[in-house]
Design a protein around this ligand. Structure first.
Ligand code: GLN
Length: 540
């Protein structure tokens, strides 16, 4: 069938969950046997979010092909198991760069290069390109930001043009907010009406309105919105706060969002949706009655989105172990040798978070020392793994000044060192070791048992690595290098077989954990945590 295009925009305020609505719609269409992809446009000038710190934009997600991407791509993958790529996360910066490169090459020779048509054409090219691969029945395009932002104007103009050109093959879904005024005890639709008017003034008539709300929106109110906004009453849908984002596909399906999209685009309702596996997950999520308490040691724990993929991987793994995840944030700058026991002893497992730079390192090392000495199930990811190596060098091997050259360039024992391939790198953007690489797992290791495979492919984002010069000393003292890159020998995984679960990975397993295919290492970690907790974790 000819590709259909679904454009998702947001109004009133940001953070309404466009990514979750896009992912849920993709999930529903996939469950009906359609081939779907989702892409996100971010209206900022950075080429990609790799150079943004988590305070600005939450976690930086990494695709298998090594693109540093918006965190919504993580939701897309977790909901759909679609493998996204560079083509799925595009910024204003990328669009401008492509146009300016073309201008310098002479592609527009003789012409004045302008936002319309050159920038908008480049945006359209990036949307239609996905459809032209012939791989997809539906391309869902999420436009970041909020209608009315100066930054998103060229994207919306491109959507307006495409809607006109594609006719019925294009759908516009607009997500807005219906606030509840406590004092008046009323839901208010005025901001939605204004937001739709703004969209209409750009020339886009939405086909579907999704209203984000904390309270059930009465039918009469939906009808009122429909009337004011030129939208069919059945195409006004509510997105009510849910206890888990994983409920949203079912909430959308109950209101026939997938049917609506098929009807509007003139697509045959060819299959009954099959949600068996998804619903089985959601049921376990609902029915779990015991908790598992996991501490997350990081320097960005106060930011909800900074470790998004880790949080979601833990929720998925806990659910598959029939546990409710209780995530305990431990700020890396607030933990030290004297309070580590107090902060960590009530937990069932500890994650040492990834990161960059010196801030919070001392706290991570204190947490690791306590965990190692007290046999706490511990999972170090990327910088977390590097810190496990540094701690072991200092406190077990007696190399008291051992460090990563990232923190102390002049360290006498550079147990973590800059990768050879990074030594001549001067630019910061997109230059780390990025994306999926193979890792060979040692026979008899805990990680090999967890994966049930000897070769795995996981994703990376780092410049530093375990210094192979020290490998024998570590292994003799009990920290084993049990995963390595088959081509380069780079150490990917360390573990201490003498402890119940003590594993560090140079790669980021959290980027490849999805609802239907949770990452085996997270499952194995949660199992160890459950075992550690004994039976005293029932929820009262
Ligand atoms: N800063 C470390 C490095 O560059 C770890 C990176 C990370 O945790 N993603 O190697």
């Amino acid at each position: 069938m000819e590709t259909r295009y679904i454009f998702i925009t947001g109004g009133v305020v940001s953070s309404l969950g466009k990514g979750i609505i896009s992912s849920s719609l993709a999930r529903l269409l996939l469950s009906r046997g359609f081939k779907v992809t989702i892409q996100k446009f971010d209206p900022y000038l950075n080429i990609d979010p790799g150079t943004l710190n988590p305070y600005e934009h939450g976690e930086c997600y990494v695709t298998a092909d090594g693109h540093e991407a918006d965190l919504d791509l993580g939701h897309y993958e977790r909901f759909t198991d679609i493998r996204t790529s560079r083509a799925n996360s595009i910024t204003t910066g990328r669009i401008y760069q492509a146009v300016i490169d073309k201008e310098r090459r002479g592609d527009y020779l003789g012409k004045t290069v302008q936002i319309i048509p050159h920038i908008t054409d480049e945006i359209k090219r990036n949307i239609v390109f996905l459809g032209e691969t012939g791989d997809f029945d539906f391309v869902i395009t999420e436009i970041g930001g909020t209608v009315g932002d100066i930054e998103s104007t060229p994207f919306l103009e491109a959507v307006r043009q495409l809607k006109w050109e594609l006719g019925r093959r294009a759908v516009s879904l607009h997500l807005t907010y219906v606030p509840y005024l406590k004092a008046a005890k009323e839901l208010k639709t005025k901001p939605t009406q204004h937001s739709v008017k703004q969209l209409q003034s750009i020339g886009i008539q939405p086909d579907i309105l999704v209203l984000r709300t904390e309270k059930t929106i009465p039918e009469s109110m939906k009808e009122k919105v429909a009337r004011f906004c030129n939208v069919a009453p059945q195409a006004v849908i509510q997105s009510i706060d849910a206890s888990s984002i994983y409920h949203v596909p079912a909430l959308m399906h109950e209101q026939h969002l997938d049917d609506l999209v098929l009807d509007i685009t003139g697509t045959e309702h060819r299959n009954k949706p099959d949600h068996t596996a998804w619903n089985a997950f959601v049921r376990r999520l609902e029915e779990a009655r015991s908790k598992v308490r996991i501490g997350l040691v990081g320097k960005y724990v106060e930011l909800q989105d900074a470790y998004k993929s880790i949080n979601e991987s833990l929720i998925q793994a806990a659910t598959y172990c029939d546990r409710v995840l209780e995530l305990v944030d431990i700020h890396a700058e607030k933990i030290n040798d004297s309070n580590a026991g107090e902060l960590l002893s009530g937990l069932d497992g500890v994650i040492i978070a990834p990161g960059f730079g010196k801030r919070g390192i001392a706290g991570k090392l204190a947490a690791i020392k306590w965990c190692r000495e007290n046999d706490m199930p511990t999972f170090g990811i990327c910088l977390g793994m590097q810190c496990m190596v540094i701690e072991f060098a200092r406190n077990v091997l007696g190399l008291t000044d051992a460090d990563s050259t990232e923190m102390t360039p002049e360290t006498p024992d550079n147990v973590i060192d800059l990768m050879e391939s990074q030594k001549n790198v001067t630019e910061k953007g997109g230059t780390m070791r990025l994306g999926a690489y193979e890792c060979r797992l040692a026979e008899g290791s805990r990680v090999r048992e967890a994966y049930g495979a000897d070769i795995v492919r996981e994703r990376h984002r780092h410049r530093y690595e375990f210094n192979g010069k020290y490998r024998t000393r570590f292994e003799e003292a009990g920290l084993k290098c049990v995963g390595e890159n088959p081509d380069t020998g780079l150490v990917e995984v360390v573990e201490m077989p003498s402890l119940s679960w003590y594993v560090g990975t140079q790669y980021h397993p959290e980027y490849q954990s999805t609802v239907l295919n949770p990452n085996p290492l997270f499952i194995s970690f949660i199992k160890a945590a459950v075992k550690h907790s004994g039976s005293n974790n029932a929820i009262k």
